[in-house]
Design a binder for this molecule. Structure first.
Ligand SMILES: [Zn+2]
Length: 586
């Protein structure tokens, strides 16, 4: 067995993909989920356990567990294989640094630096200031260990020797953002000095960057981060996700905090479904990361600050992505952030999570707290703030209920609010864009119809073949013109397989193999929940459609050939085609 086969045989595709998507059982041995590669509300992403394959009917792509990892992690084949080999406990043959790929070797450099700084925190006399700080902040040894805290010294001289012994070059250090090149290329300087170091890890726990907190009184930025590198993309990271993912899945809820310390402290006190956005406005990539594990987010952001606007914008995005959003409120006179709150009153933190409110409720309450409802100007501000949010409510009855409540609370006519709402809505419609779309539509309609017909034919063929694959007894010979060439090959393969007593006399070529994988998923999707007689009825129906389509296709082909023959004046060919026409059944 080669390494690829060995890795695949030790893992289950359902477990692997299940780490990214919420898979729901569907049919025998199949699972479905909303596709991570395109936006959708009803699941068209299927995983088939018996065949260890996946397919999305929306994007029309699929493959095995390796191709899934490649696609979702943006990895090369070898990287994806290594990741899976790690999970499977398979050691792949060692590659040298050049072959290993830059990304992997930089990952190892980061890992080494992380270990070095961890060790430095525990042993260096200079790091006493950091050890004191950690103690003062109430971080225990276990937490410090788990989160791999470290200390970056004022002078990296001693560490540099060790780094060089590992064959990590100055250029590597620049590439991972630990160092910068000095002007005129006169060596490098280390970015993090006299700082407590918080490694930033990807969902698998690989160190991809660092946040450093200054511990001296120097007039420098309190926190600095690794700049954007090959490994570290700020907008793609949620701090602590590697440690929180299991709990997020288990509790079907991700709690989002702003600061790294908020996440770390919450974990220390056993509320572990918590990740930090590290103070940036939420991005699509971050929300996608969360969506791998849950559709429910509760945010505990400082909503009084100027960050509110950014937070709400992030929530817009979350809503578009069909995430349910709640807002966690706590008494800000007790503490200014979750970190402080957890230390002062853990129960209050837990209660706040339990009592988190849907975003709309929070917005409503917030508007009334922010603006003065007794003045006309205040009423306008409250209405604007709330209506802005109302626009996003999909269900008209729910939307109207809020409007009615708002009208009552502001003591104004509901119709005034309704017309204000429709104004905001029509303003956002882009009429120019719509016009140009109409023109485009007319031009492409003809092409589109042709394409549709061919797609329908393909789907009916798929359905027939899928049923025949599922139940060999359904298979019988058909005298038809297939629309889709690979289907001919599969049909011929099935014919020889099912009609012969000698099994597998034809080796399955990779094309047929992957078509069978795909059709097994189609079979589960189409017939998975039906009993044998229902499948048989569906099969007959499909076959009738297939025969009609094939007739139509044959007729069209003959007609085209006839026109061609007439144009050339080829009488022999014309005669031949006429005979064929006459032989058509109807
Ligand atoms: Zn898709």
């Amino acid at each position: 067995m080669d390494s690829v086969q060995e890795v695949k045989s030790r893992l289950d595709i359902v477990d692997i993909i299940g780490e990214y998507l919420q898979l729901k059982p569907s049919g025998s041995g199949s699972f479905k989920a909303c596709c991570p590669f395109h936006q959708e509300k009803t699941p068209s992403f299927m995983v088939n356990r018996p065949r260890q394959s996946w397919h999305c009917f929306g994007c029309n792509i699929g493959g095995d567990m390796i191709s899934f990892i490649e696609k979702i992690e943006g990895m090369e084949f070898m990287e994806a294989l290594e990741l899976l080999a790690g999970k499977a406990g398979v050691t792949l043959p060692k590659f040298n640094k050049e072959q290993m790929g830059e990304k992997k070797s930089l990952q190892e450099a980061n890992e080494y630096i992380c270990k070095l700084l961890q060790h430095n925190l525990l042993t260096s006399p200079e790091a006493q200031i950091a050890r004191d700080y950690i103690k003062a902040r109430g971080i225990d040894d276990l937490t410090s260990d788990i989160w791999r805290l470290g200390y970056a010294p004022a002078d990296w001289g001693d560490l540099q020797k060790k780094i060089q012994e590992q064959n990590i070059t100055a250029s590597d250090l620049i590439k991972i953002g630990i160092a910068s090149a000095k002007e005129n290329n006169q060596g490098i300087y280390y970015r993090f000095r006299s700082r407590l170091m918080f490694p930033i890890q990807d969902p698998f726990g690989h160190v991809i960057g660092f946040t450093g907190r200054i511990l001296t009184d120097e007039k420098v930025a309190k926190y600095i981060n690794t700049p954007e590198t090959i490994l570290y993309k700020k907008s793609h990271v949620l701090y602590g996700l590697d440690k929180a993912k299991t709990d997020i899945k288990r509790q079907d809820m991700a709690i989002l905090v702003e600061g790294n310390m908020d996440a770390l402290t919450s974990h220390q006190f056993d509320v572990k479904n918590v990740v930090a956005s590290s103070g940036t406005a939420l991005t699509r990539e971050q929300l996608n990361l969360i969506k791998r594990f849950t559709n429910n987010i509760a945010i505990a952001f400082d909503t009084d600050a100027a960050g509110l606007e950014a937070t709400l914008r992030g929530m817009d995005l979350a809503r578009q992505m069909d995430l349910n959003i709640k807002v966690i409120r706590y008494n800000q006179s007790i503490a200014k952030d979750p970190d402080e709150l957890i230390r002062k009153d853990l129960e209050h933190w837990k209660d706040s999570i339990k009592n988190s409110k849907p975003l709309m409720e929070w917005v409503y309450q917030h508007a009334f707290e922010q603006f003065n409802e007794s003045t006309p100007e205040g009423k306008k501000q409250i209405a604007q703030f709330i209506l802005n949010e109302c626009r996003h409510i999909q269900h008209p009855v729910e939307r109207d209920a809020w409007i009615f409540k708002l009208a009552k609370d502001l003591d104004i006519a509901p119709d005034a609010l309704r017309s204000a709402l429709s104004k905001t809505a029509s303003k956002s419609a882009d009429s120019v864009g719509q016009n140009s779309n109409i023109i485009k539509k007319t031009e492409s309609t003809e092409l589109k119809m042709e394409e549709d017909a061919s797609n329908t034919a393909k789907q009916i063929e798929e359905r027939w073949l899928a049923a025949a694959l599922m139940d060999p007894q359904l298979f019988h010979e058909l005298d038809i013109t297939w629309n889709h060439t690979p289907h001919v090959r599969l049909y011929n393969y099935l014919k020889s397989k099912y009609n012969s007593s000698v099994h597998s006399q034809i080796p399955e070529n990779p094309e047929i193999q992957s078509l069978i994988d795909y059709l097994a998923i189609v079979a589960d999707k189409e017939f998975g929940e039906l009993d044998k007689s229902a499948i048989s009825a569906e099969f007959t129906d499909t076959e009738n459609r297939l025969l009609r389509l094939s007739d139509k296709l044959t007729r069209e082909t003959l007609e085209q050939q006839m026109r061609e023959a007439e144009r050339k004046g080829d009488t022999a060919r014309i005669q031949e085609l006429i005979t064929q026409f006459q032989n058509l059944k109807t």
